[in-house]
Ligand binder design. Structure first.
Ligand SMILES: [Mg+2]
Length: 432
């Protein structure tokens, strides 16, 4: 491809955001003027790893982001800026903690077996007040607000600006709706290869927040920002392909899913507890998956390691043939580690022919007690981190370097939370 300079000239770019996502999924960048871009792209854009969520010290050498022009997106809402990402290097070696590089390595591993994972993600978010205290639409008070046309149209300017951006970017968006919580929305675009979807997922969060801010609002992907409302899920739809063929598609298979598909699901079920440390990576995540029913009547999130047909009360749903939906992940999941851990667990299921057991066609919210032996998902981040530590599949699949660093930083996170004195403790323990 042409040089960055030529790309800038052709597209009228004045600045480049040279960007990457750290272990906690936070997007970091340097804003580089087009006048210096060729030089910075060649040498790499430098960052101090200790200053972001990587397990590094101030004594570490610079991380260099080697911008890859193939990843460039001209910001549709600010066309003089282009966003670009790429591999991270330190002292001439790849940074093994970088989530995007981990995903690329896992994808390479799958390619050796002849598999390509394709996924779509459903990133739910709330439009809230800039100070974060409440939803932004005071009229949005319905008990069952899902698909509320009036509330959707009150946010027409924001939603359509985001959707128009996706059309410009060529993502193939096809529907937008008001979700199950007051103030909550979801926008869907076409599924694609895991890396492309991860890049888009990361960019989507940046784009939604940016456009919400432009409209005087704030967007949050926080898993459970309001205790009485449904949380922000990030459901993933998964299929495995080879030479243009969907290998999960089998009209003769149960619910239209092939044996390979069930092996993959078996792998997810086998590693689910450890996987949760990645798909639900924050303290707050467990207030979504272990929540009591919300104002609308359901949490729409799973709390057991079970699967079903077209039934949204389980961790995995098989809505129709050729794919399944993992309903576990939430809005705080790292877009790259989400895809990488899914693929790692699924490949293990295929290689070891993991049996997912019988599907459960019951309403887990009301009949969960009938599911004898159904394993519960971790109840909190600490349980999930311990399960991750014990999961050879997930740990080794993501790489011991990544696992060690991730565990260290996430345990720090948990410890910080544990030391925090809550109002609840005062209310219940002051008079002990
Ligand atoms: Mg949804």
């Amino acid at each position: 491809m042409a040089s960055f300079g030529a790309y800038a000239k052709k597209n009228g770019i004045k600045y480049f955001l040279i960007s990457f996502v750290d272990l906690f999924g936070t997007m970091r960048a340097k804003l580089v003027p087009a006048t210096a871009i060729d030089q910075v792209a060649k040498a790499g854009a430098g960052f101090a790893g200790f200053a972001v969520w990587f397990d590094m010290t101030p004594a570490h050498a610079d991380i260099l982001v080697m911008a890859d022009l193939d990843t460039a997106n001209q910001l549709p809402w600010k066309p003089e800026v282009a966003w670009v990402t790429g591999d991270l290097m330190m002292d001439g070696k790849p940074v093994t903690q970088n989530p995007r590089q981990v995903l690329k390595r896992v994808i390479d591993d799958a390619t050796k077996d002849g598999f390509e994972m394709k996924t779509g993600v459903e990133c739910e978010y709330f439009l809230i007040l800039p100070d974060g205290s409440a939803i932004s639409d005071g009229f949005d008070t319905q008990g069952k607000p899902c698909y509320d046309q009036q509330a959707l149209m009150r946010r027409y300017a924001t939603i359509t600006e985001i959707c128009d951006c996706m059309i410009t970017l060529g993502w193939g968006p096809y529907q937008n709706d008001h979700e199950d919580a007051n103030g909550q929305f979801e926008m869907n675009w076409e599924y694609d290869s895991a890396l492309k979807t991860a890049d888009r997922h990361a960019f989507f969060k940046f784009m939604v927040k940016s456009i919400a801010e432009k409209h005087g609002l704030r967007a949050t992907f926080m898993p459970k920002p309001f205790t009485n409302l449904t949380g922000n899920g990030c459901h993933a739809h998964v299929s495995l392909w080879s030479k243009g063929q969907n290998l999960f598609d089998d009209p003769k298979g149960e619910l239209g899913l092939s044996t390979l598909g069930y092996d993959f699901i078996g792998g997810i079920m086998h590693s689910a507890a450890g996987l949760t440390a990645i798909t639900n990576p924050t303290v707050n995540s467990y207030k979504r998956i272990n929540a009591p029913p919300t104002l609308s009547g359901a949490t729409w999130s799973p709390n057991t390691i079970t699967y079903a047909g077209n039934n949204r009360t389980h961790m995995i749903r098989i809505p129709d043939g050729g794919r399944f939906e993992l309903r576990l992940a939430d809005g705080s999941a790292n877009p790259y580690l989400l895809q990488a851990s899914l693929l790692v667990a699924g490949l293990d299921g295929i290689r070891n022919k993991r049996d997912p057991g019988k599907r459960l066609d019951i309403d887990m919210y009301t009949q969960g007690h009938l599911a004898k032996g159904a394993k519960r998902l971790p109840l909190n981040l600490l349980d999930a981190l311990r399960a991750f530590e014990k999961s050879d599949v997930i740990r080794e699949g993501l790489g011991e370097d990544l696992a060690k660093s991730y565990l260290k930083l996430k345990h720090d996170d948990w410890n910080a939370y544990s030391r925090h004195l809550t109002d609840w403790e005062r209310q219940t323990t002051l008079d002990c």
